[in-house]
Each structure stands twice: as structure tokens, then as C-alpha cells.
Design a protein around this ligand. Sequence first.
Ligand code: NAX
Ligand code: K
Length: 479
Amino acid sequence: MQGIWTTERIREAEGRAFAVTPEGELMRRASFGLAVQIADLLEDHTGGVSGRRVVLLAGSGDNGGDALWAGAFLRRRGVAVTAILLKPEKAHAKGLAALKRAGGRAVSVADGPQWIAQADVVVDGIVGISGRGSLRPDAARLVELVEAPIVAVDLPSGVDPDTGAVDGPAVTAARTVTFGALKPVHVLAPAHCGEVVLVDIGLELADPDLQRLDVVDVAAAWPVPGPDDDKYSQGVVGIAAGSATYPGAAVLASGSAVRATSGLVRYAGHAADVVRAQWPEIIATGTVADAGRVQAWVVGPGIGTGAEGRDVLRYVLGQGVPVCADADATTIIAKSPDVLDARDPDTPLVLTPHAGEYERLMGRKPGADRVTAAREAAKKYDAVVLLKGHCTVIAAPDGRVAVNKPRGAWLATAGSGDVLSGLVGALLAAGLDPWLAAAAAADVHSLAGAIAAQNAPTSASGLVHAIPEAIRAIRSLTS
Ligand SMILES: NC(=O)C1=CN([C@@H]2O[C@H](COP(=O)(O)OP(=O)(O)OC[C@H]3O[C@@H](n4cnc5c(N)ncnc54)[C@H](O)[C@@H]3O)[C@@H](O)[C@H]2O)[C@@H](O)CC1
Ligand SMILES: [K+]
């Protein structure tokens, strides 16, 4: 999660950096780092650098400028560099002059195909963070001809920088070299980016005002008990999950909450005996009405979508504490939206749909632009929406969005979602802002998945046991 920045914030940071660095310095740093990566790929792909052929697809903006400057650096290492200028009249003037001074060649779109056919590596400097929409026809035709590996400058052109959406021709890169910080595209469109390499150009992104929005500092957010805390003051979470026939969801969601924080966990439902046997520290009762006071509820996993599940959901929504509604609870809300009438308007709600549940909630699939999809659901339900997928997107009704950096696909295992909802509930009970709670939970969940996968293949129980190590790892990174 940490270090993924929307283009708006990247631009703000660049603006600050421009003010304190000599003109052209940021682009020099970016394009030098880019040239190093292009040479590295040439070496990997052809066994050498000098005498190899690189073709630059150079668009009209600074992204094209980066590519042209990188071409000039590569000339010094004996690379034959040809730039295809997509808009010759708007090509980055200084970059083009530098390339020509260094002995590089610039050609028109019409002459492009013959150079592409001979290229060892092609560089996509078509558009960067100002790019919108898919590739234009000229660029698309050239990209289609490429057989050599492509290095994308900053991001693969044709893919939306902030959402990763692709709705037409786009570049598929072997490697993407980005500058300053990762942007959403790098985690939302991994298939188009290939390997992502981050080049430090000295952007100051640690501004606390900026962090508040797009970067979730999980280590700082995670509740740590202080000397005056007791089991109640750290937040009591209630788990309404599972059934007598299917106690697994109850065991996983409750266990995950136990492992996430040291507050008290209450369980209410038909699996009380099994939960108690697995987790002696949990206070388990048969019904939500008997559960006692909690500071947040997790409701849904394995409760069924019938009348009893509906009553349970209605009850917890009416308690005036934050609720994480997961799995069957999402389906109940989709089928009978009137259950939400039980909700006090001020009660924070976190919904955790996967794509299928999203479709039930919204009447349409999330589609390629999962950021907008999550935002729209957050608005419609006035809830934090955590849209599950290879990369999880967390949107708040006020527009905040966090994206969770994927760490492998081990989380796609039965019961994994139950573990996530337990984590969200524990953080809600500890008093975290619901968006932050959901984002921090997703991050620890994905790291726990990666840790559990060291003993692959793993399972949801393995995930629960890896939670403390994941929290320790994240905390140690910043302490
Ligand atoms: N601003 C900075 O501090 C730095 C920026 N750098 C580079 O600058 C890039 C951003 O440059 P710019 O803001 O000049 O813009 P871009 O190079 O991203 O885009 C240039 C122009 O392309 C046009 N365009 C938009 N969508 C298009 C599409 N689908 N097909 C064709 N043309 C399209 C637009 O008119 C846009 O202004 C970054 O991605 C990065 O590569 C780096 O040099 C590092 C420093
Ligand atoms: K690009």
C-alpha cells in the first residue's frame, strides 16, 4: 500500500521539486535511470549493449523527452538509436537535440515500421502521466508491429495512470521504469506493466498532508496498547458469522480478530462451541442479542442469506457501532436493501465485495476501471467499499481511494475473505477511521498471505497464524 500515489499528487510533488532543482535536472535523473534499465534489458535479451539497436516511440510530452534523453545516454554506450517522432512538430526539443548531438536518428511515423522490425528493444515514450485514453491509431499501428521487448517510460501508454483501465489499444511492456513513486497503474495493471522498476529522482513525497489521502501508513495506523489500556479500552469486536453446519467461517473470522489486536473478541452464532474450542480467549454466545457490548461488528461470513441472517444483520446495524458487512451480509443487502433502514446514518459501514458480490450490489460488473467502480459503490451505499481482486481497491464515500499492492495470488483460497473481515473488524473496534481500517487490514492480509505462502501451498488457517508476523514485519519497516 505504502508509496502508491495518484498522478495529481505526483504532479504536486514534482512542482515542489522543480522549484528547488536546476532546470532539466529531474528529467536528467529520470532518463539516466531509464537508460540504465534499457541497457540492462538489452544485455539480458541480446547478451550485449554496444552495437545493439533501440527504437524510441516518442510522443509530444515530457514522457517522450525522457525517452529521447535516454537515447542520448545510450549512444554513449555504442547503441544505435532511432526515434520515431509521433508528432514531429511537438517533439521534446531539448531531448531531440541531445539525441541528434549524440549521433541518434529521428524518423517519421511512415518510416517507422522498417526500424521497428530491426529493433532489439523498443522504448514506449508515447505518453506518461498526462496520457488519457487508449493509443491513438498511429501509435497503435506501430506498437502492433513490435516483436522486441518493450520498456515503458513511467507507464505503459494507453493504460489509465490512475485507474489501470484499458479500453482499447495499449502497450504491454516487458519492463516499466517509473520515477519518484509508484502510481496506481503499476499495481492495477500488472499485466501491462511487466516488471516495474522505480527510479529515485528525489521527489519529496513524505508530506504528511499528502500521505493522509493516498498512502496508508499501516505501521502508524495499527493499534498498539499503551500502559493504561485494558482488554475493553482497546476495543471489543463482535463476530456474527458461521453456522452449526459450517463453523469454519466463524473460526477464521474470530481467530483473525484475536491475532490482529489484543482487545477482546466476542462471538455470537451457532458455532459458539467450535469457536470456543479453537480460541479459548473468545467469549462466545449463541445470539447477537446476548453478546454484550462491542465497539464494532463483523457480520456475514457463513450466516446464510435467509430470514435469520437478515435479522442478525438488521440487529447489528442498529447498534450504533461500526459494522463490517461481508460475504452473506453483502448478498442480503443486495437482495433486501431495506435492511439498511436499521442503520443509524452515522454508523460507519464497510462493505467487502468480490466482483460477483459487487455485481449484486450495483447491478453491473466492476469493469476495467475498478477505482471508479469502488468509488461509485462507496457513494451509493455511503460506506467504505473494499473491492476484492488481485489488487484490492478501498474507496471511501468522500472519494479517498487506496490501492493495495498485490503480493502473489495465495490469498485466492477458501476462507481468505473471512480472515480479512476479522482484521477489518478488529481495527474498527480499535477506533480507526473505517477507510484506514479497511486499507490497513487489506495490507496486513496480503502480507500475511505472502508469509504463509513461504510454506506453500497455504490455507486460510495458515493465513490467520501469519498475521502477527505480518504486523511485526510492517512495524519493523518504519521503526
Ligand atoms: N514533471 C516532472 O517533474 C517529470 C516528468 N517526467 C516525465 O513526464 C511525463 C509527463 O509528461 P507530460 O505531462 O508532458 O505529458 P505526457 O508525456 O504524459 O503526455 C503528453 C501529451 O500527450 C497528449 N495525450 C494524452 N493522451 C494521449 C494519448 N492517448 N495519445 C496520444 N497523446 C496523448 C496530451 O496532449 C499530453 O499533454 C511523466 O510521465 C514522466 O515520464 C520525468 O521526466 C521526470 C520529471
Ligand atoms: K509511456
